[in-house]
Design a protein around this ligand. Structure first.
Ligand SMILES: Nc1ncnc2c1ncn2[C@@H]1O[C@H](COP(=O)(O)OP(=O)(O)OP(=O)(O)O)[C@@H](O)[C@H]1O
Length: 299
């Protein structure tokens, strides 16, 4: 199956500053993919490159196997931008009709049904909607296109917890029904942990890791134990994050082969543990981790 998004050496520069650099990744189709990273990491830049709103300064990106700027590709891709650009003087109904003018395969009734759930009259001016209602309308607009790939940049930052739950419910129903691929950029890790099957962490303009969420979580452990036993663990496994006191060590490791943790307390990591640890350890990339694995685990 063709990857939903494939980037090779992709980069975007503003003047002399790289917003995204040397980005090589494959985002699988028919999955819900989380894009995480600190402010300014390059998440929006990656999404804008993937929908053809930005030109790469280096490398290339392909979407659904094609150039993102091909009109044929754009018709298959939905995008909800971070600032939810909608026309404030249009009514909700006019906004939905606009979807029909812009998209050949537009499903007005479907979009209207979604908007009806928001309890917002179709005659309401968009400029008078709350931030959360605008987000929901922007999602309905993108989904009415029946995209094969939906890219959503910070969708829920201005939604209350109930609206956030509704937002994800609508999205997940659509994913279950249509099998579309979703890429979600968000800082809300608990939401991503519930919804994402695949995760990409960008930090300092580079990909720090990418992979299936379950696999990533299964390959990491948090160990707490005697400090003088830490060297043996560190010699075999990749240390992502470590905190030491005089006698104790708390270490997050990426497991490279069998784990002998005699004398250690071992616990699974949450998505939040994992993301925060890698954000604090930007020197660790997949390359360094893969190299460490090859060196330490005989095949
Ligand atoms: N139009 C622009 N001109 C100059 N620099 C830009 C422009 N757009 C983005 N940048 C810079 O590129 C870098 C990446 O920005 P980007 O918006 O992609 O980050 P982000 O990960 O989406 O951040 P956030 O989580 O804050 O939304 C930042 O340092 C930002 O200042």
């Amino acid at each position: 199956m063709t990857d939903a998004v494939e980037a090779v050496g992709l980069g975007r520069r503003y003047g002399r500053k790289w917003a995204l650099q040397d980005c090589t990744l494959s985002l699988p189709s028919e999955r819900v993919i989380g894009l995480v990273g600190p402010n300014g990491a390059g998440k929006s830049t990656l999404l804008h490159l993937a929908v053809g709103l930005l030109q790469p300064s280096a490398g290339e990106v392909r979407v659904l196997g094609r150039d993102p700027r091909d009109p044929g590709t754009l018709a298959r891709v939905g995008f909800v931008a971070q600032d939810k650009p909608l026309y404030g003087h249009f009514t909700v109904a006019e906004t939905l009709r606009m979807g029909g003018w812009l998209n050949p395969a537009w499903e007005y009734k479907l979009a209207e049904k979604r908007v009806a759930r928001l309890d917002v009259p179709l005659t309401q001016k968009v400029g008078k909607l709350s931030g959360g209602q605008r987000s929901q309308l922007a999602l309905a607009l993108a989904l009415g296109k029946r995209p094969e790939l939906l890219l959503v940049d910070e969708p829920v930052s201005d939604l209350d917890p109930l609206a956030r739950r509704d937002f994800f419910r609508v999205l997940m129903e659509e994913v279950a029904e249509s099998g579309m691929t979703v890429v979600l950029s968000s800082h809300l890790l608990a939401d991503l942990e519930r919804t994402c099957e695949h995760l990409v962490l960008l930090s300092r303009s580079r990909v720090q890791f990418a992979g299936d969420t379950d696999d990533l979580l299964a390959r990491h452990r948090m160990l707490t134990g005697p400090r003088d036993a830490a060297a043996a663990i560190e010699a075999t496994h990749t240390v992502v994050q470590a905190d030491y006191t005089e006698r104790q060590a708390s270490v997050m490791i990426r497991v490279n082969g069998p784990l002998d943790a005699t004398g250690w307390q071992v616990r699974n990591v949450s998505l939040e543990d994992l993301v925060l640890a890698y954000m604090a350890a930007p020197h660790l990339t997949d390359d360094t981790i893969e190299t460490a694995k090859k060196e330490q685990v005989p095949s």
